[in-house]
Design a protein around this ligand. Structure first.
Ligand code: ARG
Length: 457
């Protein structure tokens, strides 16, 4: 059969070049399958022992990267079965009893995805923890908050960093949900309709760490939801990291000067000795669309696909594998970079000291004295224009000018609003930047972290 296949067909059809990564899972599930076949009286104990012995050899060859693939191996499942048969003779031919590559590959993929999601939970929690620590150390460092990348209202750096903590905590929860999606064991579904033997699927599930058995054989071999779920969680997480990366790029520029990434996370220029480029932050920014593309491609593969297995589904692997590798890399880079970053308190404070950032507070002062917010907004707009046009700060406007703008504008109150830090501490509401609320938030972030770590969704 193999000899009549066109070379290009083989290049297109063979998946060994990438699905070799499933080898450890494939071996593990074959061990469990052989155990179950013997326990159910489908093969003899002697055949089981021969299979287990051969699979142990294969496991070692895989671990030590000594496993030799041969020309006829179409995919990892066939390669391993071929090798088991070389080692165990006739018993090897019994391994594929009561199973199909369709339920086999779905099982390998669920195992791979479960482990990847488990690692992603740990890595997102670790990064969230680095962020909380960083926030605590910079809790009351003033900085400008931005909208439209225009200075809007001042905030504390601790507040800004905690925003990323919450994103990462949500990511961790999403990856926990992915783990949940890999709970049911596909193996035992056969090609699609079940198998002609009284197999014990619960036994295999228990051996392989699945906490349920897929209830419908047709669904079991058609299902790649858990792959989509991982890709969706990874796309969202990478998108968060891209926003972090983008901010670090801006902030480490000469123009902002808010932070400096450690030398270990930057490169110099080959011709401009003064330069330190935040490459890692730039790549955090750029990697997200790659994972989003894998998610989109995988939706493309699965949409409109008739039940049950179709070869299209072989495409799940490269999208998943590259996403896992990319995500793990950017999570590790973000963690390393933030562990070693330094922030520049003076530069942040200078930028936050821009009095125009108190505009909202002045408007609210008028509102508290009875003026409708829209009118107050207009009055403050006039004051800002007056100050800008005459090259002065807001606090340099005279009491006469203030009263002329509005009789409700009480000069003492106005100047007090512009005194140092006043317009940060005026933010009293829960979740806001005022230090009392911020300390509460820090506490809540720490307990949320413990909550996610403990595995309670
Ligand atoms: N290499 C295949 C895949 O990754 C394994 C399943 C093959 N099943 C089949 N009926 N041809 O999807």
């Amino acid at each position: 059969m193999a000899s009549v296949q066109a070379d290009v067909f083989r290049s297109l059809n063979d998946s060994l070049a990438f699905d070799w990564r499933l080898a450890p899972y494939d071996v593990e599930q074959s061990v469990a399958h052989a155990t179950m076949l013997a326990a159910s009286g489908i093969i003899s104990d002697a055949d089981r022992d021969a299979l287990h012995e051969a699979l142990a050899v294969v496991a070692e060859e895989v671990r030590e990267q000594r496993f030799v693939f041969t020309d006829g191996d179409e995919d990892v499942h066939m390669a391993i079965e071929r090798r088991v048969t070389e080692l165990a003779g006739e018993a090897g031919g019994r391994l594929h009893t009561a199973r199909s590559r369709n339920d086999q590959v779905a099982t390998d993929m669920a195992m791979f995805t479960r482990e990847a999601a488990t690692r992603a939970v740990a890595a997102t929690i670790e990064l969230a923890e680095v962020l909380v620590d960083l926030a605590e150390r910079h809790l009351d460092w003033e900085m400008p908050g931005y909208t439209h990348l225009q200075r809007a209202q001042p905030v504390y750096l601790g507040h800004h960093l905690l925003a990323y903590t919450w994103m990462l905590l949500r990511d961790a929860e999403r990856f926990r949900a992915v783990m949940h999606a890999t709970r049911p064991l596909p193996l035992g579904a056969g090609a699609l309709a079940g198998v002609n033997f009284a197999t014990d699927r619960e036994l295999i599930a228990a051996e392989l760490g699945f906490t349920a058995v897929a209830e419908n054989s047709i669904d079991a071999v058609s299902n790649r939801d858990f792959v989509l779920d991982y890709l969706a969680a990874a796309a969202t997480c990478a998108t968060h990291l891209s926003r972090l990366g983008a901010e670090l790029v801006l902030w480490s520029s000469e123009e902002f000067g808010f932070c400096e990434v450690a030398d270990a996370w930057a490169s110099g220029s080959s011709i401009m000795p003064q330069k330190k480029n935040p490459d890692a932050a730039e790549l955090l920014r750029a990697k997200a669309p790659r994972i989003v593309a894998h998610l989109s491609a995988m939706h493309g593969v699965m949409h409109g696909l008739p039940l049950t297995y179709n070869k299209d589904m072989q495409e799940d692997k490269e999208h998943l594998f590259d996403s896992v590798d990319t995500l793990e890399l950017v999570l590790a880079a973000a963690t390393g970079m933030l562990t070693t970053i330094t922030f520049k308190r003076d530069r942040l404070a200078d930028a936050a000291g821009d009095e125009f950032l108190a505009a909202t507070d002045i408007a609210d002062h008028l509102v508290k004295r009875g003026m409708p917010f829209r009118s107050a907004h207009h009055v403050v707009g006039t004051l800002v224009r007056q100050a800008v046009n005459s090259g002065r700060k807001l606090s340099e406007l005279t009491p006469q000018e203030l009263s002329a703008a509005s009789p409700l504008l009480e000069p003492d109150g106005f100047y007090a609003l512009l005194s140092d830090g006043a317009w940060l501490e005026s933010k009293l509401s829960r979740g806001g930047t005022g230090l009392v609320a911020l300390r509460d938030q820090l506490m809540h972030a720490r307990s949320a972290l413990e909550h996610v770590r403990s595995g309670r969704l």
